[in-house]
Design a binder for this molecule. Sequence first.
Ligand code: PLP
Length: 363
Amino acid sequence: MYPRLTINLQKLKNNLDAVAEITKKQGGCSLMIVTKALCADPEMIDLVSRHPAVDFMADSRTRNLKTYAGKAKERGKQTVLLRIPMECELKETVAFADISFNSEPETLKLLNEEAGRQEKTHKVVLMIDLGDLREGIFYQNETEIFAAAELVLKLEHLELYGIAVNLTCYGAIIPKHDNLSLLCQWAEKIENKFGIRLQMISGGNSSSIYLIERGELPEKINNLRLGESFLLGNDTAYGTKLPGTTDDALILEAQIVELKEKPSLPVGEVGVDAFGQKPHYEDRGIIKRAIIAIGRQDTDPDSMEPLDKGVDILGASSDHMILDVTKSEIPYKVGDIVSFKLGYGGMLACATSPYVEKGYLGS
Ligand SMILES: *Cc1c(COP(=O)(O)O)cnc(C)c1O
């Protein structure tokens, strides 16, 4: 059935080998693989949990962690909840994550109570915001950072496992030696003030990996959390390809349901499209237009690239995507399949759409 997302497990394994080589061998960091962008796909999980270089398996959703916490534990990987836990999911947080990322004192107190109820010691990583302005205690707020650390140390069912930063997600701030050094300074300040040693100083996501290759990752950073670089082979700071990775481990295929020659400009007064946007059209004359049976419910048309270079994506509504196949050398007909590489948004959407079938290669 189509649309179909084909996951090439051999290529994913190669990507995992490549990012492990950079992160662990060259960077001296532990490796946390982030599973959310493929919606914790079970075959991918199997591959990651078997890989000897993986230390932690992380997701932003407790629902995803629940599906693989048992397997991860069996294979010696710690599980991590990346998104600050909702108060309504603290039970699942303690049950399925060994470690969670936190920034709110109230949540920490409730988390401690829940860990007590489940007779567990739950590990806490405090998020520090270095200016990307998503989650974390703002790095200039010394009082709040020390108070949070002290609170975790005081709560008897919690362990202060480390501190972490997230960058290049909301504010698109690029990790550098300078800003990551601030995280290291905070680690030292906390260690000195409380006479402890932090296990994890986590220096970010796939946008931090380029610093290793440049030799600019501060010494004290000892963990990176990688999703996109593993799945798509991207350094997400500057969009370069990481050595040894491929960008076609995931391929989206969709079927042509209509193929007609029509003008490239619509006829009549232009209002707004199905998503309230005023469309912009380019006059290409009469073109060969293919409609494939996939849409914004399943993917992001701005985050996919046809393997056939002669195909252009013109746009999409909920269930239809319109392609210009005029310049293609392939004589497309109704029923043919068009294939795409994916970007982060496209991958995320089609991995979570119940309408997209999943298939595997190379297992
Ligand atoms: C999603 C996420 C990651 C992984 O990001 P990638 O860019 O896919 O590597 C890491 N850390 C946190 C907190 C996240 O939310």
